[in-house]
Design a protein around this ligand. Structure first.
Ligand code: IPD
Ligand code: CA
Ligand code: CA
Length: 272
């Protein structure tokens, strides 16, 4: 049986199915490359003082883009390693790709990283796929179709007290400029919750909120490819995604707060 046959049974929606299949096929293609290169010596270049790019980011991106262009040749791509600085909310359809989310983890042999692929249509994600190659976990979702992990439907938690919540966050690459803000958020959240995780891959954090391994996630200074797929994963799993103030979310806005709907307002209050 083909690795992706399960999608045909789950996604009976004719509009979404071919593109969902394309997204998942491309996510697996990139992920297999990452798995092959994991643990071997890397060629590293620097995008900033602590912001790495490895040969795997580039190889994964090249293979993902080729796969998407084969399956859906008329849809443009925005992929991290070739996107440049000028990021605009897309009109029409656009694939938004992080070929390796968690590059620092990958380069250090810390086994949490993923490929993230979203199809955005006029600023809204309609299809999302996040693949964690070492765990062989494929998360996917489509608008109106729920969120799935390796063929099983997933849901956010029902935790409704902060003191019972496991919350994740992440730190920006320009930490020197943002240190006060990061610390003051941490000061507000950490004493209220059960614990905080910084696993190092925003797409994985969001996928883990979607499947209930985490109760919430917040981070500043993210890029569209970090969150475009995870945004829909959380919402289709019954969660809420906004900015820190609880306002409408867009992956083109740098801050994100994702949680189940009971905890979400409590976290907005702490982040205020
Ligand atoms: C990073 C990861 C990390 C987050 C950073 C992101 P990258 O993505 O998602 O968890 O804290 O802000 O840039 O650079 O590994 O693709
Ligand atoms: Ca990323
Ligand atoms: Ca990346």
């Amino acid at each position: 049986m083909n690795r992706l046959d399960f999608l045909k049974e789950q996604c009976t929606d004719k509009k979404h199915y071919p593109l969902l299949l394309a997204a998942c096929r491309a996510a697996l293609t990139g992920g297999f490359i990452l798995r092959d290169l994991y643990g071997k010596p890397h060629t590293i270049t620097m995008k900033g003082e602590i912001n790495l790019v490895t040969e795997a980011d580039v190889a994964s991106e090249t293979a993902i883009v080729a796969s998407l262009q084969e399956d859906a040749p008329d849809i443009d791509v925005m992929a991290e390693e070739s996107a440049g600085e000028d990021l605009k909310v897309p009109a029409g359809k656009l694939w938004v790709i992080d070929p390796l989310d968690g590059t620092t983890n990958f380069a250090h042999g810390f086994p949490i990283f993923a490929v993230s692929i979203a199809l955005m249509e006029n600023g809204q994600t309609t299809i999302g796929a996040v693949y964690c190659p070492l765990q062989d976990e494929l998360f996917c979702c489509w608008q109106g179709g729920g969120s799935w992990l390796n063929g099983e439907k997933i849901q956010v938690t029902k935790t409704d007290f902060l003191v019972q919540a496991l919350v994740a966050t992440g730190f920006p690459y320009d930490i020197h400029a943002k240190l006060d803000a990061v610390i003051s958020q941490m000061r507000a959240i950490l004493p209220k919750v059960r614990d905080i995780r910084r696993a190092g891959a925003a797409a994985v954090d969001l996928a883990y909120v979607a499947c209930g391994r985490l109760d919430g996630f917040y981070e500043m200074d993210l890029k569209p490819w970090d969150t475009a797929a995870g945004w829909l994963l959380v919402e289709e799993a019954g969660g809420r995604v906004t900015d820190f103030a609880g306002k409408k979310y867009s992956p083109f806005y740098p801050e994100i707060l994702a949680a189940n709907s009971a905890l979400h307002p409590l976290l907005v209050k702490q982040l205020a």
